[in-house]
Design a protein around this ligand. Structure first.
Ligand SMILES: [Zn+2]
Ligand SMILES: [Zn+2]
Length: 555
């Protein structure tokens, strides 16, 4: 598609650059009559597929090419999969950001840390506020989620209204914030909604997510049962409602609260500055906590996802001022994020091996999800009555299932789109009208590089097969003029290494002698013959084909 066409046409488009076809790095774009609006700018955490990488971002080239028509970035809430890429791309995008106060404070801290706060305009909007960006009239509609200030966006355009849910759930007792009521949501539906762009994360859950209020009761019961034992609770730092609940539980159980982990300290500070956690108890230091009788302290710790450097891992590994003994208890008031199971399992095994009891959300009601199960999705469809459904925030299977669910519940039209699919919502939508560049970028050290680049695939090969380096010098006639030197990294040969090296050296020398005619004088052909000989020798000794690096000098 060329830029000219979207500008000329009077239409409403949707394009996800991230978050559709995966759970993470949400970047959604709307285009109205040639003007673009970005909703969220998130990142995702890397998996072992990207060795040495922590953070993954959406490739923004599509919208960077249309920067002059981009009006702003509206952030729904402060989870990393919605704001995590902001410090890396906001300056380059060069457009204002919009966020509600709690989200804005966390974004501000990221901009400060990146040293770009004076170059990025961050607009802080009150909860429930409305504002306009070109042809888009936008209203924040608060919805419950597992973080303070979860928001949907009601986006009014000349082509119709979009209800972009953000991450959400229904909760009668959210404990923090005031989500839109059924009545308010029905009112939005009554005024007419063209497209519901909706969270798909938990579409396979047949039950509703459950209430924070129920978690309070479950946590109270679980902690009260631990008389005389030291209790550690781990949860997501950004779940302000859960922090409030845990503060109350500590007080109700006559336990002093100790906070272990920087991200908890930071979020508690931001939450208080944003008017939350007003009655949060004063906390005590780890040292003071250790001086109290075991049954009079409750420790809030980061690291429930198995993060190796977080407080819980260090407590489990006896590398933290907080110590636990057999009979003490760790409560996991959190869900296992897919991909973290092994790391979490390692910590739980370490704790269990030391006789420390573990309580998870599978044994007790101590966690609920922040995303809607089927009953909540069905309720929202009924209230909003959209003309079409656009599932987002899911892998393909989640989005396809939500499309099926929506259609079966009477939504007239639905479209399963994925990152890069350009979708026309109006007129005559939804219909896919093109495919645009969408890909992944990696933060590799201090550089941002394409995920499909040479460096990462080489590193993947190295990590699996090891490296053999062959150094030699040959003259112009292709005759060896130095001994063949061989070094290796990651070959499992131990005591056989010297014998392997001797054989590989002989093989390489032989391969050079075997070269015929002009090929001998071609350094590239010579290097390739050396590479193959070294690789064959390694395969003979190890059964594996390593990466072989040839350093050929002319002697
Ligand atoms: Zn979220
Ligand atoms: Zn999310």
């Amino acid at each position: 598609m060329n830029v000219h066409r979207t500008k000329a046409k009077s239409e409403l488009l949707f394009l996800a650059l991230g978050g559709s076809g995966e759970i993470g790095m949400n970047v959604n774009l709307y285009c109205c009559d040639g003007k673009w609006l970005m909703v969220d700018l998130g990142m995702t955490f890397a998996d072992p597929h990207y060795p040495g990488i922590d953070l993954v971002f959406a490739d923004l080239e599509f919208i960077e090419d249309r920067r002059k028509d981009l009006l702003g970035v509206v952030l729904t809430h402060a989870h990393e999969d919605h704001i995590g890429a902001v410090p890396y791309f906001a300056e380059e995008l060069g457009v204002p950001l919009y966020a509600t106060p709690f989200t804005a404070r966390l974004v501000q801290a990221k901009l400060d840390e990146a040293g770009i706060a004076d170059r990025v305009k961050l607009n802080i909007l009150p909860n429930d506020s409305a504002f306009s960006l070109g042809p888009f009239d936008i209203r924040y509609v608060p919805l419950a989620h597992s973080i303070a200030e979860g928001n949907a966006l009601l986006i009014d355009t000349p082509h119709g209204r979009i209800f972009h849910t953000g991450d959400w759930k229904l909760d009668d007792e959210p404990r923090v914030g005031v989500p839109a009521t059924e009545e308010e949501l029905r009112e939005i539906g009554d005024e007419g909604v063209l497209a519901l762009v909706c969270d798909s994360t938990n579409v396979f859950n047949s039950a509703a997510s459950g209430s924070e209020g129920a978690v309070r009761a479950g946590l109270l019961e679980s902690v009260a049962a631990q008389r005389g034992r030291r209790v550690v609770v781990t949860t997501f730092a950004s779940n302000v409602a859960r922090l409030q609940t845990l503060g109350e539980v500590a007080q109700a159980c006559n336990r002093q609260l100790c906070v272990a982990g920087r991200s908890l300290d930071r979020i508690i500070g931001v939450a208080k500055a944003s008017g939350y956690l007003k009655d949060f108890p004063d906390t005590i230091s780890p040292e003071a906590a250790m001086d109290l009788p075991r049954g009079e302290v409750m420790v809030l710790a980061t690291g429930g996802q198995g993060e190796a450097r977080a407080a819980l891992a260090r407590i489990a590994g006896k590398q933290h001022p907080i110590t636990l003994e057999a009979g003490d208890v760790v409560l996991f008031s959190s869900r296992q994020i897919p991909g973290n199971e092994l790391a979490i399992g390692r910590i739980q095994n370490t704790l269990a091996d030391r006789g420390i009891n573990i309580v998870t959300d599978r044994q007790s009601m101590i966690h609920v999800s922040g995303h809607p199960g089927r009953p909540e999705l069905v309720a929202l469809y009924d209230w909003i009555q959209p003309e079409m459904l656009v599932p987002v925030h899911g892998e393909i299977r989640h989005m396809a299932e939500q499309a099926r669910l929506g259609l079966s519940e009477g939504i007239p039209r639905a479209i399963v789109q994925k990152n890069g699919d350009l979708v026309r919502l109006a007129p005559d939508g939804p219909v896919k009208i093109g495919e645009e560049r969408a890909g992944r970028l990696l933060l590799d050290g201090e550089l941002i590089v394409p995920a499909d680049g040479e460096a990462i695939s080489a590193r993947r090969k190295l990590s699996q097969f090891g490296l053999v380096t062959v150094a030699l010098a040959a003259n112009r006639e292709g005759k060896l003029v130095s001994p063949v030197e061989i070094a290796s990294i990651g070959l499992p040969l131990d005591d056989d290494m010297a014998a392997f090296v001797a054989e590989a050296q002989a093989d390489v020398a032989q391969a050079i002698r075997d070269m015929k005619g002009d090929r001998k004088r071609d350094p590239l052909a010579l290097a390739e013959a050396v590479r193959l000989a070294a690789r064959r020798a390694t395969q003979r000794w190890t059964g594996k084909k390593p990466v072989v690096q040839v350093m050929l000098r002319e002697g």
